[in-house]
Every structure is written in C-alpha cells, then in structure tokens.
Ligand binder design. Structure first.
Ligand code: NI
Length: 171
C-alpha cells in the first residue's frame, strides 16, 4: 500500500468534476486501499478521489475512532435526504480550518461496493454529513464554498502564506 499526496485548497485540480467509475477492478481496489491508508494516516474521517488527484466518482469514509467502520462508495447517488445537521466541518484539503456547515441529517445513498455490487445504505449524523462532504468533492466543491467570500478568501490567503513559510523552512 502507498500513502498518496492530498491536494490542498486553492489547488485548481480540486475543482475538477469527477467522471463515473466504469469498472470496479483490482486497479481500483488498490487505489481504494491506498486512500484508506492515506485517510487513516492524516488522520481524517473521509477522503474523496478528487483529493488525491484521481477524478473518478468514489470516496472512502470511517467516522469511528478505531477504524471499525470503513465504507467505500463508488458512483454514489443520494436518493433521499431529510433533516438538518449543522456541523463544524474540517477537510484534509483545507488543513487547520473548521467552520459550521448545514447539510441533511439523514440520507439514503445508492452506490457500488468494492466488489461492484449495488448497495443502498442509510446514514445519519456524522456519517451522513461526511458522505455529503465527500460527494461535494466529486463535484469540485469544497466546504469553504458554503462560507462567505470574505471568510473563504481569508482562509485561502493564510494557507498560501503558511505554504510559503514551509517552503522557506525547507530551503
Ligand atoms: Ni474534504
């Protein structure tokens, strides 16, 4: 397995709309395993393929604290949603920033699992929020898009400044 590089805001590649997965094969399963490893190492509770510069519609999640609830969702579609959850969200592509975002509290989602079989799953609370957040990534959307322009631009400037400082420290 290999750890993958996570793209960070405002990298324009994060704005790519992902294409459907055509075949659930061993190549895809290897990539899925690498994404789990990358997510757990970060550490994070969700990772979309877009974030590792793979522009296909799949994502991984595990909202447990002991790696006991892994899910991979390939070509996910939300078929029902209701309720409102306001959650302080973060994102591995926007490191260090947490802001409240409003989403559905309960969803029913249809997807292919790692064997290519069609599955329907109900999710609520944190898992539902996480899946909606990761599905946004597949559309090229980030949680900072729900914030005001002023707030988003402040986060972008700080991240760019931090990255310049990191580059300077390495040099
Ligand atoms: Ni994210």
């Amino acid at each position: 397995m290999a750890k993958l590089t996570i793209l960070e805001f405002p990298d324009p590649r994060l704005r790519t709309k992902a294409a459907p997965v055509e075949a659930v094969d061993d190549q895809l399963r290897t990539l899925i395993d690498d994404m789990f490893e990358t997510m757990y190492a970060a550490p994070g509770i969700g990772l979309a393929a877009t974030q590792v510069d793979v522009h296909k519609r799949f994502l991984v999640t595990d909202v447990s604290s002991d790696k006991s609830d892994p899910h991979v969702l390939i070509n996910p579609v939300i078929i029902e949603k209701d309720g409102i959850a306001v959650t302080e969200e973060g994102c591995l592509s926007v490191p260090g920033y947490y802001e409240e975002v409003e989403r559905a509290d309960h969803i029913r989602v249809r997807f292919l699992d790692r064997n290519g079989d069609e599955v329907e799953m109900e999710a609520e609370g944190l898992l539902a929020v996480c899946i909606q957040h990761e599905m946004d990534h597949l559309e090229g959307k980030l949680f900072v898009d729900y914030l005001s322009e002023a707030k988003r631009s402040r986060i972008r400037k700080r991240l760019e400044r931090d990255r310049r400082h990191q580059a300077a420290n390495v040099a």
